[in-house]
Design a protein around this ligand. Structure first.
Ligand code: ACO
Length: 406
């Protein structure tokens, strides 16, 4: 109870309009011209172009150009852009020595958060967020260096010597080369594998104001440098409800282990007291099939056929789970469809990518989306520091009680 002269602090600041929207289910935090999603119809457009057309006709670096600049490049612009990204893909030798400070068994995402954040200690010519040229170079650096950082995090983990980017390869081929080449055997890139990798990059390139992009925007709204903001985005993406989902899919498939156990896991997913969810199913925005999942599903079958893996136990299990869940009344009524991560997890596993690298691959693909949103926000003359409000539900005002009186 409060005395007559004491204001109930729980009512302070609640005059005027105040919206309460936990999880931001119905609150737009910004205006953006980059990506359009219609979750009910299952539509995704980058700068107005349907994702299906981009996945089929374009390649990842062209999509990067589009997301950053708003238009598709001309042939000359594309050539210059590819060249610039490739020019920035090496890491400073001292950055290479950073890796050695981590334990060998560190998760590659932990390494990436640290190393990407530390880029701001090296590139002082791209830290002035008010200088357009600085902003541009930081974008090139991030897009170019993320695959190199991710691949080295993996190699360090495996005890392999670092491998360097190679001229003449595409972005996707270069990533596969950096992951898998050894001093005695160069990785021979399979075009179907490279195309699948490129599609994974393209499909994950942007997805408007998801948790990690909102994290990047919120971090950037304080004027933090782009490398620090992207490191914050990587940290957010790591969670299993977001970028960690494709890793969680593979762990779940391994845990199920056998097709005969699928009904048991489906029953657990429906049991509200269990807390188990079918990983790779459901999406906050898509209440229809995620358009990226449709494309990734096709790619999944292409890759499994090309590599002769359609009869592999794990992949047969994945396809059986997909079928049963799609026919199940619970999943149908709650509009829980397989999401892009369900299929990307299977494709990555088929390509021989270890599970711990799934989220780093998502992070390197999404870097262009993060940096495009960051740049769009910084260029806005009306930019305000992000500062959500809260509904205070704690104790009312009370007086301090000394230790000997408690
Ligand atoms: N398995 C079983 N039940 C589920 C699942 C699932 N995968 N997903 C949602 N549900 C249920 C919920 O329990 C809830 O049930 P209720 O109505 O009885 O309470 C209902 O479906 C609605 O789900 P919400 O959790 O309210 O949906 P929300 O939009 O908050 O969550 C999310 C979306 C986080 C993706 C959720 O579906 C999930 O955890 N899926 C598994 C993890 C996953 O695959 N994440 C990847 C997302 S895609 C990406 O990041 C690229």
């Amino acid at each position: 109870t409060l005395g007559p002269d004491v204001v109930d602090i729980r009512t302070l600041g609640k005059t005027g309009m105040f919206t309460y929207d936990p999880g931001f289910l119905a609150t737009a935090s910004c205006e953006s011209k980059i990506t359009f999603i219609d979750g009910d119809q299952g539509l995704l457009y980058y700068r107005g172009y349907p994702i299906e057309q981009l996945a089929e006709k374009s390649d990842y670096l062209e999509v990067c150009y589009l997301l950053l600049n708003g238009e598709l490049p001309t042939a000359a612009q594309k050539q210059e852009f590819d060249h610039l990204v490739m020019r920035h893909n090496m890491l400073h030798d001292q950055i290479m020595s950073f890796f050695k400070g981590f334990r060998r068994d560190a998760h590659p995402m932990a390494v990436m958060v640290g190393v990407v954040g530390a880029l701001s200690a090296f590139y002082h010519d791209s830290l002035d967020i008010n200088d357009e040229r600085h902003r541009e170079i930081s974008a090139f650096r991030l897009i170019a260096k993320l695959p190199t950082i991710a691949a080295q995090a993996y190699r360090y983990n495996k005890g392999l010597p670092f491998s360097y980017p190679k001229a003449g390869l595409t972005y996707a081929e270069n990533f596969l080369h950096m992951m898998f080449s050894t001093p005695v055997a160069e990785y021979k890139v399979n075009p179907v594998a490279a195309r699948a990798m490129d599609r994974i990059f393209t499909l994950h390139a942007d997805h408007e104001q998801n948790a990690s992009t909102s994290t990047v925007r919120l971090s950037g709204s304080s004027g933090a440098n782009p490398f620090a903001c992207i490191a914050a985005g990587i940290a957010c993406l790591w969670g299993p409800a977001h970028g960690g989902a494709n890793e969680a899919v593979l762990k779940m498939l391994n845990e199920i282990g056998d097709e005969a156990r699928i009904p048991e896991f489906i029953a657990r997913a429906k049991d509200k007291n269990d807390g188990f969810k079918l990983m790779g199913f459901g999406h906050r925005v898509y209440k229809n099939m995620d358009p990226r999942a449709k494309i990734m599903r096709e790619t999944c079958y292409e890759v499994l056929n090309e590599l002769g893996l359609h009869d592999h136990k794990l992949f047969k299990l994945a396809m059986a789970l997909e079928k049963l869940a799609l026919e199940d009344e619970y999943f149908i009524s709650k509009k829980l469809y397989p999401n892009v991560d369900y299929y990307s997890g299977i494709v990555l596993a088929a390509l021989g990518i270890p599970v711990s690298m799934f989220t780093p691959i998502f992070a390197l693909s999404r870097t262009v989306g993060w940096i495009s949103h960051w740049a769009e926000m910084i260029a806005d003359p009306g930019l305000k520091i992000g500062r959500p409000r809260q509904l205070y539900t704690g104790a009312a005002r009370r007086d301090y009680v000394s230790l000997d009186q408690r």
